[in-house]
Design a protein around this ligand. Sequence first.
Ligand code: FPP
Length: 263
Amino acid sequence: MEHTLTRIKDHADLTVAELRTLVDPLRLPRHMAIIMDGNGRWAAKKGLPRIAGHKRGMEVVHEVVTACAKLGVPALTLYAFSTENWKRPAPEVSFLMSLLTLYLRQELSLMKRENIRFSTIGLVEDLPSEARAWIDKAKAETASNAGMVLDLALSYGGRREIIEAAKKIAADMKSGKIEPSALDERTFSGYLDTREMPELDLVIRTSGEQRVSNFLLWQMAYAELYFTEALWPDFTERDLLIAILDYQGRQRRFGKTSEQLGS
Ligand code: FPP
């Protein structure tokens, strides 16, 4: 903890351009995921309706996606709407759905320009038809892009994803497609929504909350977690770079000792 604070303090005087040069391009997280929290609190602090926080949050998504693509992060998953978010007041849910459509309309050109491939996890079939149509369009028009994968978690829940995988595995066992003895972590991962994504290395959560909120539960097994007090609408490229530098300063042991890792 003390190390983390020292590092952040050291970075406080540096410009964004200087921070960028400190990032080691060979040790970027292969897959980074963000729980974008605090939109409502940001708006309340400013005496604005909650939806104003989501609107500003969408602008931050633009900034962060652009920065990650330019850095060369291979995959970025953003928690845009959880299975639990359906329980929010209907006008807020409906605003978030229209914001998703607006986001895809506006950002498709950025995805093309930055060679980003668009993808989703979660129950996209739950979303309104207009949003689904834009999702299909963005996926189709970026399918051959070989740069960063931008993955939006939409109507996503980690437990649901695991249960769905278990059901499919059970069906495949029943039909003889796989033997129970052949089921291992690799095979199980192949039944998850993230089957084509690289290993999850870093999860960032904004707004000071320290929870995982049913996000990428299986995938988080060996991920590094990074929590910041910044509310999502206040999160900047600088915060992103500091999070990545913090990640790059950590020793990942995967259950081994420091001595085994040779340091
Ligand atoms: C959490 O803040 C945020 C969400 C539930 C939605 C995330 C949506 C965005 C960042 C904007 C749209 C993004 C895209 C990709 C279209 P909260 O409302 O729970 O904040 P609070 O905890 O302060 O109430």
